[in-house]
Design a protein around this ligand. Structure first.
Ligand SMILES: Nc1ncnc2c1ncn2[C@@H]1O[C@H](COP(=O)(O)OP(=O)(O)OP(=O)(O)O)[C@@H](O)[C@H]1O
Ligand code: SF4
Ligand SMILES: [Mg+2]
Length: 333
């Protein structure tokens, strides 16, 4: 028997918007039933990756494979089939739900688009079940989005995304537009649904604390490229790339002992422009460990533990730099 194809495979994905190099060579695999968190600062290209996967935009180059099928340049007609295998939940539920549609019609829309034949009664039952699954009462189907709270609206988006039983869910900052008080409950809901249903998920976020209990694997993005990938455990305990280390040092952690032991690394300046990324290592203008070679040579992706890191100071033998030692200089001799 041949192995089942992965839920998602990205091969050297490139998405340029004219001169803007939003995504510049991203390769990533999400096995079935697993959650990969895509983390990075605002403007690093995370949403663009997600939009390429659901084909809201057509990639400039590279390959997007869903369940083994190349969907990179699928014509419109065949996209419909693709759309039932992958769904997306956006950051802002107010903007992504049509205000003139009843919630029941919104949730049922993917069934209509995939031309699933169904009696009105079956459809309503299916919508009620889906609403129940996301913790909403069936009556909500007869309301309009504006009659609901932000958290309820995002639950509606999740119900709509899951009704077609996708193999892959793209969740693009699904809680960052919500009130802090409801963020945890929506994240918990997503985590529970993922465990029960077992869909694969690309979870896009800049919030590393949300990643800690939802993701199996983590991919760290910087200025259109992945700088590090690995299991959650590895990224949190032994991050290799200076950028990952800096991100982690800035994120709050639940464990008070670890929190106390931490030493924060400040990144300073903003992300450089995707119009004109720095030569060599794109992170070099902010890296506390940068040295001559970083300006002239693009760092290769070095296999590191169960993932990879793209930094000249990471070695295949497992040697990794430590940004916290940066100001004492001579980090690695
Ligand atoms: N349609 C577009 N036209 C031109 N530039 C774009 C377009 N979409 C995105 N960009 C640019 O591509 C880069 C990556 O944007 P993207 O939205 O993917 O980043 P992001 O990591 O999702 O950021 P955020 O955390 O703010 O959501 C940015 O420089 C952005 O301005
Ligand atoms: S290659 Fe150089 S600039 Fe880039 S992360 Fe490594 S040390 Fe820093
Ligand atoms: Mg985004």
């Amino acid at each position: 028997m041949t192995a089942e194809p992965h839920a998602l495979e990205l091969e050297d994905l490139v998405m340029h918007f004219g001169p803007v190099r939003a995504v510049d060579g991203v390769s990533l695999t999400i096995p079935r039933g697993r959650v990969t968190a895509l983390v990075g600062e605002s403007g690093s290209g995370k949403s663009t990756v997600g939009r390429c996967v659901v084909r809201l935009v057509e990639p400039t180059a590279g390959v997007v494979r869903i369940a083994g099928t190349d969907v990179t340049h699928l014509p419109r007609r065949q996209l419909r089939r693709h759309r039932s295998r992958v769904s997306i939940v956006f950051q802002d539920p107010a903007g992504s739900l049509d205000p003139r549609m009843l919630v029941g019609d919104i949730v049922a829309e993917p069934l209509r688009l995939s031309r699933t034949r169904m009696s009105r009664r079956d459809r309503d039952a299916r919508v009620a079940a889906e609403l129940g699954r996301v913790g909403l009462r069936a009556e909500v189907a007869r309301r309009y989005p504006h009659e609901l709270s932000g958290g309820q609206r995002q639950r509606v988006s999740i119900a709509r995304a899951l009704i077609s039983e996708p193999m892959l869910l793209i969740a693009d900052e699904p809680t960052s537009a919500l009130d802090v008080s409801v963020q945890a409950s929506v994240l918990n809901l997503l985590a529970d649904l993922q465990r029960d249903i077992g869909f694969a998920c690309l979870f896009i976020t800049h919030d590393l604390s949300a990643v800690e209990y939802l993701a199996d694997d983590i991919a760290v993005m910087y200025l259109g490229q992945l700088v590090e990938t690995g299991s959650r455990e590895q990224i949190f305990t032994r991050p290799a790339h200076p950028y990952t280390q800096a991100l982690l040092s800035a994120a709050p952690v639940a464990d008070p002992v670890r929190q106390r032991e931490r030493q924060q690394v400040l990144l300073g300046d903003d992300l450089p422009s995707a119009l004109d990324p720095p030569s060599g290592c794109r992170f070099r203008t902010r890296c506390p460990l940068a040295f001559d070679r970083c300006a002239t040579e693009v760092p290769a992706q070095i296999g590191y533990g169960d993932g990879m890191a793209a930094c000249h100071l990471v070695r295949p033998d497992g040697t990794r730099p430590d940004v916290r030692a940066a100001d004492t200089s001579e980090v690695l001799s």
